[in-house]
Design a protein around this ligand. Structure first.
Ligand code: F3S
Length: 283
């Protein structure tokens, strides 16, 4: 009999669950807009669209919307986005994850104290875009890789405050912090990586180590799912990245007795359940 191990930490984290629930609640009351897709999952976004929720990708587009509710997603936004939305005649429902809000408060406070903010993360990720918007335009640097960490240089008298994108890989964060710390600046390091991510990554690694095949479920553009995939692939050669059951070639699992499953933070439970059920029943 095939053994299927589903990670306990697979799927929606607390922050995403909270944000998605808020959109569904608001959609019952009237017209709802989200600034960017509420999560990196096409299925959920489509379902919400059917309930009248519209995704707005450019801030200026809100100027043409006469009324309704804007939900700010769990990634959070820059201060100027709040300021802009407040000027429009729209109700704002803030679903920024409290862990991300905490980073906004940290960088705002440390930037005000004159420190240089280093954000360890992906410069293009909406969460990092949002964080940048709380530390002013000049005194901040986003670092994503070794090269950027090695090239980091500022005025030696300025203090440095290091934070991280919540979904950044913990080991990589430590590695980059170590490189920056060797430069001799007066540094304060605040590990703002969310536990949900760390736990999901640790559990995925442990399951992939034991599994003959590993399935990672999540949206193509979800960075935390991509990271999960990288981690699992390192431990288990037969790792498959799928968005839904349709992407999974079950014939590849035919002769495999031990399958592990995990899913990114924005993967809905029904998709995970469906994959699990089919993998269990496929002999
Ligand atoms: Fe929040 Fe952590 Fe999820 S920061 S959105 S609970 S991954």
């Amino acid at each position: 009999m095939r053994q299927v191990t589903l990670a306990k930490s697979a799927g929606f984290c607390f922050g995403v669950k909270r944000a998605v629930n808020k959109v569904y609640e608001e959609a019952k009351k009237g017209r709802v807009y989200t600034y960017g897709p509420i999560i990196h999952n096409e299925e959920v976004v489509k379902d919400l669209e059917n309930k009248g929720v519209k995704v707005i990708n450019r801030l200026e587009e809100f100027q043409d919307i006469p009324e309704g509710t804007v939900v700010i997603r769990s990634h959070g936004v820059a201060k100027e986005v709040y300021d802009f939305l407040k000027k429009q005649d729209l109700k704002i429902v803030d679903a920024t994850c409290p862990f991300v809000l905490k980073i906004h408060r940290i960088v705002e406070e440390h930037a005000k104290a004159g420190e240089h903010i280093v954000i360890i993360g992906n410069d293009k990720h909406p969460e990092v875009e949002g964080i940048k918007g709380w530390c002013g335009p000049k005194n901040r640097t986003v670092i994503q890789n070794r090269e950027e960490a090695e090239n980091f240089a500022i005025d030696g008298k300025q203090k440095v405050c290091i934070v991280s994108q919540t979904t950044f890989n913990y080991k990589k964060f430590q590695e980059l912090v170590e490189i920056i710390c060797k430069k001799g600046y007066d540094i304060i390091v605040l590990n703002t990586i969310c536990n949900a991510t760390e736990e999901r990554q640790t559990e995925a690694r442990a399951i992939a180590k034991e599994a003959e095949a590993m399935i990672v479920i999540g949206g193509r553009s979800s960075s935390n799912t991509q990271k999960l995939f990288e981690i699992c692939k390192m431990e288990c050669e037969n790792t498959y990245y799928i968005q839904t059951l349709d992407d999974l070639d079950l014939t590849k699992l035919k002769s495999i007795d031990n399958v592990g499953i995990t899913a990114g933070a924005s993967t809905p439970n029904n998709i995970i359940e469906e994959v699990q059920k089919n993998v269990r029943n496929e002999f």
